[in-house]
Design a protein around this ligand. Sequence first.
Ligand SMILES: [Zn+2]
Length: 115
Amino acid sequence: MESVAFEMNPWLEDRVIVLEDGCWEWLGATNNKGYGKLRKRGKDWLAHRYVYHTFVARIEDGYVVRHKCNYTYCVNPNHLHTGTPQDNVHDQIERGTLIPPKGKCKPIEWYRQRS
Ligand SMILES: [Zn+2]
């Protein structure tokens, strides 16, 4: 990944609050999973995905935008990076934020079945 720090811009300035730890907390609408959201170009976006897609780089199909800071309301592109959905599940399992159901499925299989 590039190491160039992303700078605040006016569009973002109106929509986030900068926290002490460097996270940019989304002030707009949120969904029930704890992510910021917005509607743009006739499409619903997760806020962090939209910010990454718009200001950093186009998100390839099938890729997720992950939070390095683990704060889901954060839209600071410096705290975001892309990965595959499998990466995301691994992250969540490591952090203990995704609890796979007990039973026969392995976590990844369970995730695939859900999506
Ligand atoms: Zn952050």
